[in-house]
Design a protein around this ligand. Sequence first.
Ligand SMILES: Cc1cc2nc3c(=O)[nH]c(=O)nc-3n(C[C@H](O)[C@H](O)[C@H](O)COP(=O)(O)OP(=O)(O)OC[C@H]3O[C@@H](n4cnc5c(N)ncnc54)[C@H](O)[C@@H]3O)c2cc1C
Length: 575
Amino acid sequence: MLSHDIVIVGGGLAGLRAAIAAHDAGIRDVVVVSQVTPVRAHSVAAAGGINGALGNAEGGRDDSWERHMYDTVKGSDFLADQDAVEVMVKEAVPVILEMEHWGCPFSRNPDGTIAQRPFGGAGFPRTAYAADKTGHALIHTMFQQAIKRQIKMYQEFMVLRLVVAEGEVRGIVALDILRGELVPIRARAVLFATGGAGKIYARSTNNLLNTGTGMAMAYEAGIPLKDMEFIQFHPTGLWGTNILMTEGARGEGGYLVNNQGERFMARYAPKAMELAPRDIVARSIQTEINEGRGFNADGPGGGYVHLDLRHLGRAKIMERLPEVREICLNFAGLDPVEQPIPVQPSQHYTMGGIDVNVNGESRVRGFYAAGECACVSVHGANRLGGNSLLDTIVFGKIAGKHMSEFVQSGGRSRDAAADEAALREAVRAVEARIRALEDAPGTENGGDIRQDLRETMFQKVGIFRDEATLAEAIRDIRRLKERYRNVKIRHTGKVFNLDLIQQYELGGMLEVAEVIAAGALARRESRGSHYRLDYRERDDANFLKHTLAFRTPEGPRLEYSPVTITRFQPEARRY
Ligand SMILES: Cc1cc2nc3c(=O)[nH]c(=O)nc-3n(C[C@H](O)[C@H](O)[C@H](O)COP(=O)(O)OP(=O)(O)OC[C@H]3O[C@@H](n4cnc5c(N)ncnc54)[C@H](O)[C@@H]3O)c2cc1C
C-alpha cells in the first residue's frame, strides 16, 4: 500500500501552493494527486487578475490592506468572517511579490512596477494582471516551483474516496485512470484543493472537471459543507458557449448596453456602473433581459445584452484583452474591435465549500481544504473578482505550512495497522459502488440525468429564487437521485474509463446540488448572490449566520454558526 506523509489532492494553484509550503516547512514526503496534469487545472483559465493593495496605479496609490478588507467585507454582503479576510488581505502584497520573484510575467507600468486594473467592488485599480491570461501565468510559475523542489505528482489519478475513521483522516482511495486500478494511499495529513462545483449548473464558465467531487467526498465523510447556497453568476459569459469574457474587459472600460443602446447600469449602480460587484451586475443584466430590453429574450440559448469594447480601440484590446478577442474570433465569429459582444450571466464560482478555519483545518484531525472547494470564509455571500486567485495562494500556503507542523509535531495517531484496515475497507466500499453501477438494470442514461440536473439548478436555483421553485428543485433532485440508482456504466474497459468516472461523480453532484438547494430554501432573505423574490431584503436579525450542511440518509441536515465580525459592522450595501 502506498504511504506518504502529506497527500494534496488537486494540482491547481491552491494545491500546488500547499505542496510547496509543506515541502519548504520541512516535510519532504509530500505528493500531489491530480485528475489532470497540474497546468490543465482550472486555475489556468483565470483571466483578469489577482487583488492586492500594491498601490502601483494612478488612482490607487493610497490603497491599503484596510481598504481591501472593507471592500471585500462589503462585497460579501457582510457574511465573510472578518478575521479570515484580514489574514488574506494582509498576505496579498507579499504573495503577489513572491509570485513576481518566482518569475510570473505580470503586465507592467512604464516604471516597471506591476500594473493594476480596476475590478468590481473596488472602484480603483487594485487587480494585478498578466494581460487577460493571469491564471496561465500564475500556474506555470507555480508548477515550475513545484518541479524545482521535485515534488512527486500522481497525475491522471481520480480520487474517489476520503478515508476517515475515529475522527481522524487515514488517507484516500484513488483510481489510476490510465490503468483502471484502485490505489489506496495512506497519509498522515490530506488536503483537498479540488476546485469548484460549477458543472452542476447549465450555462457555466467552468471547465468539465469542476463537478464538486472533493466537496462531495468530504460531505460523505461527515464533514459539513458551508454556505453552499451562495453561487456566483458572472455577468458576462459569451452567449451560446458561456466562455468567460473577463471582468477585466469592464475594468479596462467596457460598457454594458441594452437593445435601446442604453448603458443600463446607471439604473442599478449609478456610481460604480459596470464595476459594481458581480451579483448586482448579473441581476441587472437578467432584469434587462426579463423586461424586454435584451436581445433574443425568447430565442434558443436565452437572452443577452451587449458588452461593447469598441471605444477602447484596437491597440488597447490587443494589449490588455488579447484572449477576449481570440475567444470572440474563435467561438463567436466576431471581432470585438469592430462589434459588440453578446453576453449573458453564467454560473461562475462556488462561494461555499468544505468547512475549514483560517489554517485550512477541518473538524477531522489531519484533513484540510483550500481554494475554491473550501469555505474559510472570505467571500461570504458574494466574491469580488480577483479575490479567488488570492484566496487559493494565501490559504494554500497557510494550510501547507500548518499541515507540515501538524505532521512534525506527531499529528494524529500513527497506527499503521489501523490506517491500513480503514483503507482496505474503503477500497471494498468503492469496489461495491462501482459494481453497483456496472450491475444496475441500466434503464437510465447518466448523461441525461446530468443534463436534467444542470437545467434544474440553473432554472430553479439560479439568479432569482423563491420558495416554490426551490422546493420544486429539491423534489427534482430527489427524483434524479432515484433515477441515478438505475444508471449503468456502458463502457467496462479498464484503460481511461471516463464513463465510469462520470457516472461515479454524478452521485456526488446530486448530493452537492441538494445541499445548495436546501440551504437556499432555508435562507429566507436576500444576501449577495442569493436573491429571493419572496424575501427581497437582507435580514441580519435572522440570517447573519453561516449555513452548515451535514449529510444524513434523509438529505442534508442544516445547522448555523455565527459570522465573525471584527472591524466593520453590517451596513446597507450601495454602489
Ligand atoms: C473562466 C474563469 C476565469 C477566472 N478568472 C479569475 C480571475 O481573473 N481572478 C480570480 O481571482 N479568480 C478567477 N477565477 C476563479 C479562479 O480561477 C478559481 O477559483 C481558482 O483558480 C480555483 O483554484 P483551485 O486551486 O481551488 O482549483 P482548480 O484550479 O480548479 O484545481 C482543482 C484541481 O483538483 C483536481 N481534482 C478535482 N477533483 C479531483 C479528484 N476527485 N481527484 C483528483 N484530482 C481532482 C483537478 O484536476 C485540478 O487539478 C476564474 C474562474 C473561471 C472559471
